[in-house]
Design a protein around this ligand. Structure first.
Ligand code: ADP
Ligand code: MG
Length: 303
């Protein structure tokens, strides 16, 4: 395991941010940390990035402790923050050079490394552009190039697509996929977006500082046995009771003004409900479980 955390705990004063968080990541994985705002994702990221010290528990990268061996850990990680860390009045190359100098790189080897990264992230023709003239997606790619300059084993990214439009978001993920394929770098990424979480090789769902579930996206979704049915009605509470009684105490809840239930056979159930409550049902549909459904089941909250 290239990254491990064990029973991590961190409070900001009386505010709980991490509670007993344990997970591990294998070399080459794309590990996703999925949770709503305030669930502790950035705190987890900052612990791994050696910026924040946990009050209890341990975290290691390549076997090195993020607290007692923070200096060595910093050489092994590349960090992409949610907020911009580049100088907007310098060129792309100048931004990367000054980062390289911080890591003791210089001369031809630094130039060569910059050339290779700009090529990988398709920024070669922007090498001499002033940063502020770049699009949001390009700037984010420069951030990634900067994080990779010292050839880290683990790339940490905190909600890296924040503020990007859908096309730039998709492109960014394409570049991350390519980087993983070509370099084998391990990536740990936080997100609150379902479609991004779907790309992870494994996921940790976080809620109020707690790791509620871990596994591949497919494993997490298969924790819900069957189809999710949503029924629209003017009086969802009355319909919930009606469905509960009519279908042998079928467990239903009201979520966002819809009656929601999980059944073995969605198509069958939908037909039966529509036939049994022709007046009360305004609309009815079923779908295979999504990560949102899994989160709702585990926490009672929406993502
Ligand atoms: P996320 O990144 O998932 O939105 P955070 O890790 O930023 O979550 O926050 C987790 C919890 O810790 C939240 O309740 C947040 O308000 C709180 N928190 C985060 N940073 C600080 C801080 N510097 N001081 C006090 N509370 C904080
Ligand atoms: Mg955050």
């Amino acid at each position: 395991m290239i990254v491990t955390t064990k029973n991590l705990k961190l409070n900001y004063g009386t505010q709980r941010a991490l509670e007993d968080v344990s997970f591990s990541v294998e070399q080459g994985e794309l590990f996703g940390i999925l949770g709503p705002n305030g669930s502790g994702k950035s705190t987890m990221f900052r612990v791994l990035a050696t910026i924040e010290e946990p009050q209890a528990g341990t975290a290691t990268i390549s076997g090195l402790d993020v607290v007692s061996q923070a200096q060595q850990v910093r050489r092994l990680i590349g960090v992409v923050f949610q907020s911009q860390s580049l100088d907007k009045y310098l060129t792309v190359e100048e931004n990367l050079s000054s980062q390289g100098h911080l890591f003791g790189l210089s001369g031809a080897s630094l130039k060569e490394r910059i050339t290779r990264l700009l090529d990988r992230l398709q920024l070669t023709d922007r090498r001499s552009s002033i940063l502020k003239t770049l699009s949001g997606g390009m700037k984010r790619r420069v951030e990634i190039a900067k994080a990779l300059l010292h050839d880290p084993k683990v790339l940490l990214m905190d909600e890296p697509t924040t503020g990007l439009d859908p096309v730039a978001r998709m492109e960014l993920w394409k570049y991350v996929d390519e980087l993983r394929r070509e370099t084998g770098v391990t990536v740990i990424v936080t997100t609150h977006l379902l479609d991004e979480a779907e790309r992870a090789s494994r996921l940790m769902l976080m809620h109020m500082g707690i790791s509620v579930l871990q596994g591949t996206p497919a494993q997490l979704k298969s924790s819900i046995p069957g189809d999710v049915v949503l029924i629209e009605s003017d009086d969802p509470e009355a319909l919930r009771q009606g469905v509960f009684l009519h279908f042998d105490k079928q467990k239903c809840t009201v979520v966002d003004h819809h009656v929601r239930t999980i059944v073995e056979n969605g198509p069958n159930f939908v037909t039966q409900v529509a036939a049994a409550f022709p007046q009360a049902v305004r609309g009815i549909s079923y779908h295979k479980p999504t990560l949102e459904d899994v989160f709702l089941k585990e926490t009672g909250a929406r993502l």
